[in-house]
Design a protein around this ligand. Structure first.
Ligand code: HH2
Length: 258
């Protein structure tokens, strides 16, 4: 899954694409480089980020989603807002990726259920503005697993089909670096929930903490190492900024394992 951030304020400067033509070109290039899914988002969810009104979010994401879907790409929309999910699905998006696991907007589960589309339920606590204060765990893997389990139950109760659900432990969301490391090590326990697991480690701050690299755009090596580790621990979808490099790393790594 390649990341297309149509935002002025994403945590990685190099991933910000405010011009729709730029976003479309980036998505097409990621598909050519081997991305199976292109994830288009119009709201930064970095720690402390201010929420973006859904109308503004839709102005950002709908044009690139329409163009990328028309070009035949499998597009997901990265949003917490039901109206943006509906607008993106109408424009040709096929997957909903919600960092709040359908908890932020009371209408979100209904939209996903009605469209019977695949959905990514990601773990976090609070909102991007408040989540850092809630990064307190006794057993982070067990708590993330239990909280994801509750989000799955609530989605299914609202009519979301279990076979359309993927889960994500939410690396860096309401998690300190030590929590993100523990979650990656404990990923098999999340895999045992029985749903495909998506992992987003790309350029995240725990990589900066491990490698002493404050610049998010200089964390490619660490991102590749963490991505391969996540696959080894059972991840089936990787959400990444650097598609070409990740595909190459995966190909070589998998070939050597064969
Ligand atoms: N991470 C980000 C955004 N959306 N979705 C899922 N499922 N998993 C993730 O780990 C995830 C996500 C944050 O990364 P990015 O989009 O690059 O930054 P920003 O939110 O600042 O735009």
């Amino acid at each position: 899954m390649g990341i297309v951030n149509v935002t002025p304020d994403s945590f990685s400067d190099g991933s910000r694409r405010t011009d729709p033509q730029d976003a479309i070109a980036a998505g097409l290039a990621m598909a050519a480089d081997g991305a199976d899914i292109v994830d288009v988002g119009g709201e930064s969810t970095r720690p402390g980020a201010a929420p973006v009104p859904p109308g503004v979010e839709q102005e950002r994401v709908v044009p690139p989603i329409r163009a990328l879907a028309a070009a035949g790409l499998c597009v997901s929309v990265d949003t917490r807002n039901a109206s943006t999910m509906a607008a993106a699905l109408a424009a040709g998006a096929r997957i909903v990726n919600d960092v709040s696991a359908l908890a932020h907007d009371e209408h979100a589960a209904g939209v996903v259920a009605e469209h019977a589309c695949p959905v990514v339920l990601m773990h976090m606590r609070g909102t991007p503005a408040t989540m850092n204060a809630q990064a307190v765990y006794r057993d982070v893997v067990a708590e993330v697993r239990a909280e994801l389990s509750r989000r799955i139950e609530s989605a299914v109760q609202a009519g979301v089909r279990p076979e359309q659900i993927a889960v994500d432990p939410g690396i860096g969301f309401a998690k300190q670096a030590a929590h993100s490391k523990a979650v990656l090590r404990g990923l098999p326990k999340i895999v045992r929930l029985g749903y495909p697991v998506l992992v987003g480690v790309s350029r995240k701050s725990f990589i900066g903490a491990i490698s002493n690299e404050p610049d998010a755009d200089r964390r490619l090596g660490g991102s590749l190492a963490a991505a391969l580790f996540a696959v080894l621990r059972g991840a089936s979808i990787l959400r990444v900024h650097d598609v070409r490099e990740t595909v190459q790393a995966l190909r070589v790594w998998q070939t050597l394992f064969e």
